[in-house]
Design a protein around this ligand. Structure first.
Ligand code: CA
Length: 421
């Protein structure tokens, strides 16, 4: 339906950022302060300049200047009417049919920046970060390793979207190196724990969404209104230290095994851009309780990959191929569940999916599953093997929706493993 849209800018067909996408992010040019932009092809259009020129004088923006800010938070707080309007305005201005920017060559140097020349920043000041556990196959695989196939899923898993509160301060932007964490580890054959660097560093392929207006304390968001609060989506790598996790996680869940670093991609793909890629949510059995039942609940067809490049490889190898549709719980259900007790979500909060594994071996979203806790090491194309991530390894997660002769992509989230500080 969007395939007829064309920009006056040249955008290659396999670009993640055609005029159909228009994701929002925070960037800092070589000279100047961070501000908000939208990615188009290899370029960024500077929304702070468009705002200065008066293009966003519309009631949805409530006379606020949100695009010269160094985070999306003020824009997120404005809600879906402003998000839709901003997208419409930028899409119109970038269209091949609109002369305003197309024919004003003098303005181009001021409003367009090459992505390769700027520094991308975290898209939001993230006040709170929650990580769900919503892929059936991930939960089933991990549960099988811990408790055997008969008791793989805990009794609550199909009744509620299980989650834990993560740590917001260590969420970092793509490209940030991750140092191998140290901690307490109890080897299976030892009677007491030892202290040292993790020997089982892992990635988790996830997606996450940013919260818009949010709710007041004590006022749940009903599932039918969930999408009013979901601005858009990023890719996420939830770096994990499996040996630290195994020793610490009972009875309160993950702590130091997860909060040393969580990486996200810089461009936030809006719910509007994903509209053409909606899919019905697969049947849930047993039927969830009424507060988790949305009349038109949905998911999205998003192809996802993880790539690994060791320091002796010339190019990365694909180690995971999966899809967002492998999630059992929808984002609307996650949000409705998160607020059902009155917990207040705030603009810029980050809610993540949990590792997105599918039914096949290739679709497993972390090393823990791919190597079955190290029992079947991964064989890489250059002959190397990996049970876990080693120092110097680069891990990249990418993803996109395949349209009719265009892609709505998420770019990538990448990080390199460095030795213990
Ligand atoms: Ca996780």
């Amino acid at each position: 339906m969007d395939s007829h849209l064309r920009s006056f800018l040249d955008v290659p067909r396999d670009s993640h950022f055609p005029i159909q996408n228009l994701p929002f992010g925070v960037f800092q040019p070589k000279q100047g302060k961070p501000r908000i932009g939208v990615a188009i092809g290899d370029l960024i259009i500077d929304l702070s300049v468009l705002e200065e020129l008066g293009h966003f004088r519309s009631p949805e923006f409530q006379d606020q200047h949100v695009f010269s800010e160094d985070s999306l938070n003020a824009f997120l707080a404005l809600g879906r009417p402003a998000w839709r309007k901003a997208r419409e305005i930028v899409q119109h201005l970038l269209s091949a049919e609109t002369p305003t920017l197309r024919d004003d060559a003098k303005l181009h140097a001021r409003i367009f920046h090459a992505q390769k020349d700027v520094l991308m920043k975290l898209p939001a000041r993230i006040g709170n970060y929650t990580d769900f556990y919503s892929s059936y196959h991930h939960a089933h695989n991990v549960g099988t390793m811990l408790r055997g196939p008969e008791n793989a899923l805990m009794p609550n898993w199909k009744w509620l979207p299980v989650a834990y509160h993560g740590r917001a301060s260590s969420v970092v932007i793509s490209g940030t190196d991750v140092h191998r964490p140290q901690g307490q580890i109890k080897p299976p054959d030892a009677s007491v724990p030892v202290f040292g660097p993790t020997k089982s560093l892992d990635y988790e392929l996830e997606m996450a969404f940013l919260i818009g207006p949010g709710n007041s304390l004590g006022e749940p968001i009903p599932i039918e209104r969930a999408m009013d609060h979901i601005f858009g989506f990023v890719l996420m790598n939830d770096w994990s230290a499996r040996d630290i996790q195994a020793w610490e996680y009972q009875p309160l869940g993950p702590f130091l095994a997860k909060n040393f670093c969580t990486s996200i991609s810089p461009w936030v793909v809006t719910a509007e851009a994903l509209e053409s890629f909606r899919k019905p949510l697969p049947q849930q059995e047993p039927e969830p309780l009424p507060y988790l039942r949305g009349k038109n609940d949905l998911t999205f067809d998003i192809h996802l990959e993880a790539h690994l490049q060791t320091s002796s490889m010339d190019s990365p190898a694909v180690i995971t191929r999966t899809n967002f549709q492998n999630l059992y719980w929808s984002v609307a259900q996650q949000l409705a569940h998160h607020t059902v007790n009155g917990c207040n979500l705030q603009p810029g909060d980050l809610l993540a999916s949990g590792t997105i594994s599918g039914p096949t071996e290739e679709s497993r979203g972390c090393m823990l599953e791919l190597t079955w806790r190290g029992a079947n090491p991964l064989k890489l194309p250059n002959g190397e093997t990996r049970k876990w991530l080693e120092d110097g390894d680069k891990l990249t997660i990418t993803g996109w929706c395949e349209g009719d002769r265009y892609r709505v992509g998420f770019g990538e989230v990448r990080g390199r493993v460095l030795p213990v500080v």
